[in-house]
Write a protein that binds this ligand. Structure first.
Ligand code: DC
Length: 224
């Protein structure tokens, strides 16, 4: 049987979280943010002084990590070993740590196994970079979201300003381009659309319209 998973992949700032959360809410599906999982591993490794390149230590860290999501009235919370890290994992540093640990095959192997068990347990909207290509290659609906680097930098700056952490848009655009290059050139599960993914450019299309389009497709494919 095919998993009831809608895969939403794409680079940072393409609108994955907004679109995936709304889709999950509309469909009554679980929402899984796999980027948050890499962020948690990066953050815990940093805190425990584990090198991002030490495969054995990262394996131990992953195996002893209790990583879970909890839906609460005020949104989705990310818990690492019982501690709520939802806020800390959103920092620019945690994003950088995540990008570094995510190139390590052992980390991907452990997190992919966890992602599969989450997606097999309940109907799910799962967002990430490799959901349609590696985690659930037989997902019945795969979406690849994209947007121009400038638009993605604009969104990221608006998010940072909301957090009381304003940033220079040109510098953010440079970081995004660098992160894209690292994510799409890595040997293991690089960022790329699955062959059967629907590619959606969100530069000028509002999230509501994107969600409506995907919902229509989900219904057409009898996923809900
Ligand atoms: O989506 P995000 O910014 O929270 O992701 C943080 C980092 O994690 C990003 O640099 C790439 C990595 N990542 C990944 O390699 N595979 C995923 N499925 C999700 C995220």
């Amino acid at each position: 049987m095919k998993p009831r998973v809608i895969a939403v992949d794409g680079p940072a700032g393409a609108g994955k979280s907004t679109v995936s959360r709304r889709l999950a809410r509309e469909l009554g599906f679980q929402y899984v943010d796999t980027g948050a999982m890499y962020r948690v591993v990066g953050l815990v490794a940093h805190r425990e002084g584990v090198s991002f390149e030490d495969s054995q230590a990262l394996e131990k860290l992953c195996d002893s990590l209790d990583l879970r999501f909890e839906e609460r009235d005020d949104g989705l919370h990310t818990l690492a070993n019982g501690h709520d890290v939802s806020h800390e994992i959103r920092s620019a540093e945690a994003g950088d740590y995540a990008s570094k640990v995510s190139v390590m095959p052992i980390v991907r192997e452990r997190l992919v196994a966890l992602q599969r068990s989450m997606g097999e347990a309940r109907p799910t909207v799962m967002e990430g970079r490799d959901i349609g290509t590696a985690v659930f290659p037989d997902a019945p609906l795969k979406i690849f979201l994209g947007a121009s680097v400038d638009e993605r930098a604009r969104r990221r700056c608006a998010d940072l300003a909301d957090r009381g952490d304003p940033a220079d848009q040109d510098e953010v655009a440079r970081q995004i381009a660098e992160r894209d290059a690292r994510d799409s050139q890595r040997a293991h599960s690089p960022l790329r659309p699955a062959q059967d993914a629907l590619t959606v450019d969100t530069t000028d299309e509002p999230a509501d319209a994107v969600v409506a389009r995907i919902l229509a497709l989900a219904i057409e494919r009898e996923i809900p």
